[in-house]
Write a protein that binds this ligand. Structure first.
Ligand SMILES: Nc1ncnc2c1ncn2[C@@H]1O[C@H](COP(=O)(O)OP(=O)(O)O)[C@@H](O)[C@H]1O
Ligand SMILES: [Mg+2]
Length: 337
């Protein structure tokens, strides 16, 4: 496992709150290509796909925006379940390609797990799914990410929309430690300057903490600092914080790897509950966890010196019970990785 992933995660503490602070303004959409320094190959790939690719998704006439306009602080606001799709997603750090043309549909209301050995590009793929990859200075990418058929990288679309609709929970719980539990939950609203009455905030805090399976444990100490909670509770607080902006997709990068078995079980139960209202994509190195929580599964692998890609994907039962590819069979049976 490389060290820079961990460093990287630390730098993502703020972006993990799905929106921007006043000191980190979102890049305007027109700046994206310049900032990303796309390699020539990816520029042509990308433009080709976006333009003349003939993709039925890309050419769909502009219909009503699928974005739910109801203010996210309204407790009743719940976005319909959404499908996320990566099409021909490639990624580079500098000149080094780390993902090669990954295609994956993550269906609405289904929990999809991404499995595979360290370094094969699972986290990179996940970060591309909510436009966090582009925050790394040397990073570039090609391909499309479609949220209900709309490309989140379309220059017409705002980066903040992608973050709002596609939340992320990290391996290391990252609440704002000095901020109260209450304020942590509504941090996404506060950072975007959204206004909500105190009653609305109270309702939102209770409902998000309830959905995240934490309400009963913290209802009597909502003004205590988030940093005082146990690791498992902090992770559920981060889930509650993500839910407060009503995401349609929740990405989770090894959310239980730093937790004890009891906390892990609580998070898994929480995920199964949440799947009714948000599409979940989880990276996990725990094969039992993938089988317990996910209905679909994708196995990523990178050959020595080559970029990562998907070897096989499909229903989790089939991936574990009757894999097609020998490498999948070896991995799910613990023979490597
Ligand atoms: N910020 C970064 N800068 C340069 N290379 C990186 C960075 N983050 C990840 N990588 C490299 O990209 C490859 C894929 O990493 P990652 O997506 O973290 O894999 P996984 O999550 O499957 O362990 C690895 O070779 C890793 O070293
Ligand atoms: Mg990773």
């Amino acid at each position: 496992m490389n060290e820079n992933v961990h460093d990287d995660e630390l730098t993502q503490v703020l972006p993990a709150v799905p929106l921007f602070t006043a000191t980190t303004p979102p890049p305007r959409s027109g700046q994206r290509d310049r900032k990303l320094r796309l390699p020539a190959r990816s520029v042509s790939n990308r433009r080709g796909r976006l333009g003349a690719s003939g993709s039925p998704w890309a050419q769909r006439p502009a219909g009503p925006d699928l974005v739910i306009d109801a203010p996210s602080h309204q407790p009743s606001a719940r976005a319909p379940l959404a499908t996320l799709e990566g099409r021909n997603v490639s990624a580079w750090f500098g000149e080094r390609q780390v993902l090669d043309r990954v295609n994956l549909v993550m269906p609405a209301g289904v929990i999809t797990s991404l499995i595979g050995p360290s370094g094969c590009g699972k986290s990179t793929f996940l970060r591309i799914l909510n436009r966090m990859h582009e925050l790394v200075p040397s990073a570039s990418l090609a391909g499309q990410v479609l949220l209900e058929g709309e490309d989140i990288y379309d220059p017409e679309r705002k980066l903040v929309d992608a973050r709002k609709h596609i939340g992320m929970v990290f391996q290391k719980p990252n609440p704002f430690p000095a901020m109260s539990i209450y304020d942590n939950v509504i941090a996404g609203l506060t950072l975007t300057g959204k206004r909500a009455s105190n009653d609305e905030k109270d309702y939102l805090v209770e409902s998000c903490l309830t959905k995240a399976g934490l309400w009963k444990e913290v209802r009597d100490r909502l003004r205590a600092p988030g940093g005082g909670l146990s690791g498992g509770q902090q992770q559920r607080l981060c889930i509650a914080r993500s839910l407060a902006v009503t995401p349609r997709i929740l990405l989770m990068d090894e959310p239980c790897s730093a937790l004890d078995p009891t906390s892990t079980r609580v998070i898994e139960e929480t995920m199964l509950e949440l799947a009714r209202e948000v599409t979940i994509v989880i990276v996990t190195h725990n094969m039992q966890q993938a089988q317990r929580v996910s209905q679909n599964c994708a196995f990523f692998l990178a050959a020595q010196g080559a970029p990562g890609g998907i070897v096989e994907h499909g229903p989790t039962d089939a991936m574990f019970g009757n894999p097609i590819d020998l490498r999948t069979a070896d991995y799910v049976n613990g023979r490597f990785g």
